[in-house]
Design a binder for this molecule. Structure first.
Ligand SMILES: Cc1cc2nc3c(=O)[nH]c(=O)nc-3n(C[C@H](O)[C@H](O)[C@H](O)COP(=O)(O)OP(=O)(O)OC[C@H]3O[C@@H](n4cnc5c(N)ncnc54)[C@H](O)[C@@H]3O)c2cc1C
Length: 462
């Protein structure tokens, strides 16, 4: 036993770093396969970016077919039951074809219960700050807990940090920002408005048909998602110092008739991996939201009596991605590609906020509107017992615009959890896991794998 172990004498089958949607799905999936699982999270709560008030995108293709199931759907079902979701709602005219708004706090409550039930040990207030690896094998990770530094050991590790922190610290090759320039998509901070007349706010703001829904205890449908621009107020917004450009876009969602989550702040040229850059962005975006709140209260119908609550942290769209055995690319998304080693499907289109912070690009998925997520994109090249999932999987910057959203993140998270548990139990290196056995376990767990022919027995690097 090492004297500097954080939890003396404990060795885990699977260690998941990061408790966002991805880490939650990964830890749950691993524990449900019987693995002794620990989830390490620096914040005193789980959820990551899902704790900021965002719709889960996206379960349904442009043709209205649901392709995302498994743990992602299970969470939505639990939230509907708890009053924290309204299910999947078709959006007639948007860059997504359906929306799944969820309440961030109820999301945290339900997923905390699910992890506890599955026997996952969640270590809060603990960040991964180092990794010891030899010959492509991660031995243990260095963590900074509330009161001390220490090491944690496991048989298999899953990087669900969003930023590929674990992979980078272990020495895996990663791409940071866009190839060549290192540019990253801008960051944003969510704003919650409480005490809103959402019908009037929607009438005043929506530029395209909103999504309406209802739920138990609410007698008439209310707007659960609408979006548009603040073009009508361009001059005023510049005068108030909210934005330095015109036609700023916003998105709102809610599961409550009198609240709105507002996604309308943006800051460019921020590196989410740089503590100073991120800290300065926190100050600037909090100020942007203070000014935006005053604007909404004083000038937009429906917000007159509202209270405004800025999210506690900055939402980061893009930082690092691993270089895996396969990198999902633009052609794969444009073609709606199928892969023999699929571990799930995704249908969120490409959504790239330009790094200059001034424009946004949306491109629909080709084919039937869904593409396969290949297992090889979760396997960092050269590592036997390390997987990555969620925002930091192996993708080009273009494909990242499609895979970074929460439904694909939960799908890769669940697959990484099952694969990690299998690797830990059998001692098989992650790149050599029998893919048919992995797919069989995923199917058993309710994951949708598309209508493919029999898969090959082994994953081979391309
Ligand atoms: C402003 C904004 C709006 C968005 N809108 C939508 C939307 O409408 N719908 C949608 O589906 N998606 C949206 N996304 C994308 C989506 O929310 C994220 O990409 C997704 O939630 C990422 O999940 P994740 O679990 O991979 O990463 P994260 O949510 O970032 O979670 C990573 C977790 O790892 C932890 N962590 C970080 N570093 C370490 C470390 N060193 N050690 C241990 N733990 C660590 C973090 O604390 C965090 O809890 C949006 C993103 C942003 C920023």
């Amino acid at each position: 036993m090492h004297r500097d172990e954080l939890l003396p004498g404990e060795t885990f089958d699977v260690l998941v770093a990061g408790g966002g949607v991805t880490g939650i799905a990964a830890a749950l999936a691993a524990a449900r396969q019987g693995a002794k699982t620990i989830l390490v999270e620096p914040r005193p709560f789980i959820g990551g970016n899902a704790a900021t008030g965002l719709c889960i995108h996206t379960f349904l293709t442009k043709n209205g077919c649901q392709v995302v199931y498994g743990i992602a759907q299970e969470i939505v079902d639990r939230l509907v039951e708890a009053g924290g979701a309204v299910g999947h709602v078709r959006l007639p005219d948007g860059y997504v074809h359906s929306v799944t708004p969820v309440d961030a706090d109820l999301f945290r409550m339900e997923t905390t219960a699910m992890l506890a039930q599955a026997g996952v040990l969640i270590l809060y207030n603990t960040a991964l700050v180092g990794a010891e690896s030899h010959g492509g094998e991660v031995r243990r990770v260095r963590v900074a807990s509330k009161s001390r530094l220490g090491w944690l050991a496991a048989k298999v590790f899953v990087d669900a940090t969003g930023d590929a922190d674990l992979a980078a610290l272990a020495g895996a090759e990663c791409r940071e920002g866009w190839t060549g320039s290192g540019a990253m998509q801008p960051v944003s901070m969510m704003l919650r408005a409480v005490g809103v007349d959402t019908h009037r706010a929607c009438d005043a703001l929506a530029e395209r048909p909103p999504a309406y829904a209802t739920k138990k205890g609410v007698d008439r449908p209310f707007p659960v998602y609408f979006h548009g621009t603040f073009s009508r107020w361009n001059k005023l917004l510049r005068e108030l110092g909210v934005y330095d450009h015109d036609n700023h876009q916003f998105w709102t969602n809610t599961v409550w008739p009198n609240q709105l989550n507002v996604n309308a702040s943006r800051l460019a040229h921020v590196n989410g991996n740089d503590p100073l850059s991120l800290s300065q962005a926190t100050v600037e975006l909090t100020e942007q939201l203070r000014k935006l709140s005053r604007f909404l209260r004083d000038h937009v119908p429906g917000f007159e009596g509202a209270s405004f609550i800025p999210n506690a942290f900055v939402g980061v769209r893009e930082t690092r991605n691993i270089k895996g055995l396969y990198e999902i690319n633009e052609d794969d998304i444009r073609a709606g590609r199928r892969f023999a080693d699929a571990i799930g499907q995704a249908c969120f289109p490409v959504d790239i906020h330009h790094p200059d912070g001034k424009s946004q690009q949306h491109i629909d998925i080709g084919g039937d509107g869904a593409y396969d997520l290949p297992y090889r994109a979760l396997v960092p090249a050269g590592f036997a017992n390390l997987l990555a999932a969620g925002r930091c999987v192996s993708v080009s910057e273009y494909a990242h615009g499609a895979t970074r959203n929460m439904a694909p993140c939960m799908t890769t998270g669940e697959a990484a959890g099952v694969a990690a548990a299998m690797a830990a139990a059998s001692g098989t290196p992650c790149p050599e896991l029998p893919i048919a056995a992995l797919q069989a376990k995923l199917l058993e767990a309710g994951v949708y794998l598309g209508e493919r022919a029999a898969a090959p027995e082994r994953v081979a690097a391309e």
